[in-house]
Design a protein. Structure first.
Length: 321
């Protein structure tokens, strides 16, 4: 029953996030009446959401007062770098598309134009900002592994960098580093604005357009990032882009891939296995790829040193040299 009604959780969490309930609770509201007044929603609606959030383990009730659990406080309060409330709202909006999954499964892919193949698709504008909170901790982990703070005057290329979160985290860590992002023009503009807000725009440049045809240069970069891109591409495109990246890297440079990666026998982990349905809905050739796939594609593209690093998030890192 829990699985069959799983959309109740997406709906309750997405609705609570839409009305900033976690932020109001953090700011001191403790009852349905107070939440209703602060959020501008009905008392009946507030009580219903609170009941659902207690059921989900995101809000706790003590002596008649509601408050966020530690997890909700970390991941759902607005203004925190770890806030996933935007992502919760985005997933609520995607629920209608999921209702079309039976037809998409029959057809083997999206019935209309696939989300990821449409140039300048407005889908990305919502997604990349919602995704930033998920990518930020992974960018920090990669920065530690690569010791980027001490790497000196390095050049970074971020392919499909979205919100520019990797550039933001890494340029903050290393004041001598410079970064270039290859993405659609409107998305690069969002990244530029977000980096400017952090005082980093003077070390950030942009290449607008389709990264399949963008020239990444030759021996131009120390680090190339490919985060949450491999899953939208088919095997041939991933190999072609990896080969272009190999040429764009300086000798000794590193390709950093972040993605939802499944075990070679496809027995886990749970999140990447389930994510394959998103790619069936949204892409013509995407999927969740196995470690063996990455190893084979990277070898074909000329990388001979490949290592994998799990993270506490559902995404794993791959380092290729
Ligand atoms: C899932 S988001 C990943 C954002 C970021 N790398 C991260 O991990 O948070 C995918 C990004 O790739 C960009 N993108 C997708 N297809 C593209 C293409 N063909 N050419 C240029 N950018 C593309 C989108 O605009 C979006 O910014």
């Amino acid at each position: 029953m829990g699985l069959i009604t799983g959309y109740w959780a997406t709906g309750t969490l997405g609705a609570a996030a839409s009305h900033s309930l976690f932020t109001h609770l953090e700011d001191g509201a403790t009852s349905a009446d107070q939440l209703a007044a602060r959020a501008g929603i009905s008392q009946r609606g507030a009580q219903t959401l609170l009941d659902g959030l207690v059921s989900l383990g995101l809000v706790e009730l003590r002596d008649g007062h509601y408050r966020n659990t530690a997890e909700a406080s970390t991941f759902l309060v607005e203004g925190r770098s770890t806030c996933l409330s935007g992502f919760a709202q985005l997933k609520l909006a995607h629920m209608e598309a999921m209702a079309g999954l039976p037809d998409v499964v029959r057809a083997g892919g999206p019935l209309a134009d696939a989300t990821v193949e449409v140039a300048d698709n407005p889908h990305w504008e919502e997604l990349v900002q919602a995704l930033a909170a998920q990518s930020a901790p992974v960018a920090e982990i990669a920065a530690d592994t690569l010791r980027l703070a001490d790497a000196g005057e390095i050049s970074i290329l971020d392919i499909g960098g979205g919100s520019g979160i990797y550039s933001a985290v890494w340029l903050e860590r290393n004041p001598a580093a410079r970064s270039t992002q290859a993405d659609w023009g409107p998305i690069n503009a969002i990244a530029y604005r977000l980096l400017a807000e952090r005082g980093l725009a003077d070390r950030f440049s942009r290449i607008d357009g389709d990264f399949h045809t963008t020239d990444f240069g030759t021996s131009a970069h120390d680090i190339v990032v490919y985060s949450h891109i491999a899953h939208q591409e088919g095997p041939e495109d991933n190999v072609a882009i990896f080969a272009k990246i190999r040429s764009a890297l300086k000798p000794g440079g590193t390709l950093v891939i972040c993605d939802y990666i499944v075990d070679d026998d496809r027995s886990g982990p749970p999140f990447p296995l389930m994510f394959a349905a998103e790619m069936l809905l949204k892409s013509k050739q995407g999927g969740t790829w196995r470690r063996a796939d990455y190893r084979a594609w990277l070898a074909k593209a000329g990388f001979d040193d490949v290592s994998f690093q799990p993270t506490a998030s559902p995404a794993a890192l791959v380092f290729a040299r």
